[in-house]
Ligand binder design. Structure first.
Ligand code: FE
Length: 236
């Protein structure tokens, strides 16, 4: 397997490249428009065939790189949750769907609450949690149909029931962490460890975070799958 963790230093977003070494089939999870050329070049350097451009959710802080990367890999298929409200995606996915890269399998877990359409992607001993579960944190739940109760249920019933050694690769990290494990987050995540559903909901209602800088441009652009028109408006 080929695996790379890539970083967007403007929005603290991680993009993940996964590929099957034998067939060269590849997927990118959560690409960023401003880093599209970097990612396309890396795929070309490694001689990979991009099969899927997967999103963990409709992002509020950056515009997806889907449209720009597709110019280099026109047969790649975008994958967004059916509940995400972006019908422009090539594949509208849901809980339990499985996508293959050669012999690698990527399974969809529905983990809503940060947004209604959030999914995590499970591949062997790695789970890509998007903005559901962060390292020592969680995604926020105060916009985009956020629902702290749903987030708690998804994390505790789906992510925290994975083997403890499962690697957790989040959608962002704001403190310099790269990776954690399910066991580590169960024990040390301050929003979840020893917290009841009610305590989590109360805690999430009191965060008072500022909105992401690019939310007004990002959400509408991502609901259009980062189309060129949406990109031109948002990035000019
Ligand atoms: Fe998000």
């Amino acid at each position: 397997m080929i695996f790379r963790q890539l970083f967007d230093y403007e929005t603290w977003t991680y993009t993940y490249l996964i590929a099957d070494e034998k067939t060269g089939e590849a997927a990118l999870i959560d690409s960023v428009a401003e880093r599209a050329e970097r990612d396309a070049q890396l795929l070309k350097d490694l001689g990979l065939k991009l099969k899927y451009l997967m999103e963990t959710h409709v992002h509020a802080d950056h515009i997806t790189g889907v449209t720009r990367i597709k110019k280099h890999f026109p047969t790649a298929l975008s994958v967004v949750s059916e509940a995400g409200g972006a019908p422009c995606a090539d594949i509208l996915t849901q809980e339990g769907e499985v996508y293959t890269l050669g012999e690698l399998e990527i399974k969809v877990l529905s983990t809503p609450g940060h947004t209604n359409g959030c999914v995590s992607y499970l591949m062997e001993d790695r789970v890509f949690t998007g903005d559901a579960l962060f390292i020592r944190g969680t995604g926020r739940t105060d916009f985009q149909q956020g629902d702290a109760g749903k987030l708690y249920d998804g994390i505790t019933q789906k992510l925290f029931t994975l083997p403890e050694a499962t690697w957790v690769y989040p959608g962002h990290d704001y403190a310099g962490n790269l990776v954690s494990t399910i066991g580590e987050e169960k024990r040390f995540n301050p929003r979840l460890a020893g917290k009841s559903r009610e305590e989590f909901i109360t805690l999430m209602s009191q965060l008072n975070l500022p909105h992401p800088k690019k939310i007004a441009e990002s959400v509408p652009a991502n609901l259009r799958c980062g189309s060129e028109i949406a990109l031109a408006v948002a990035l000019n």
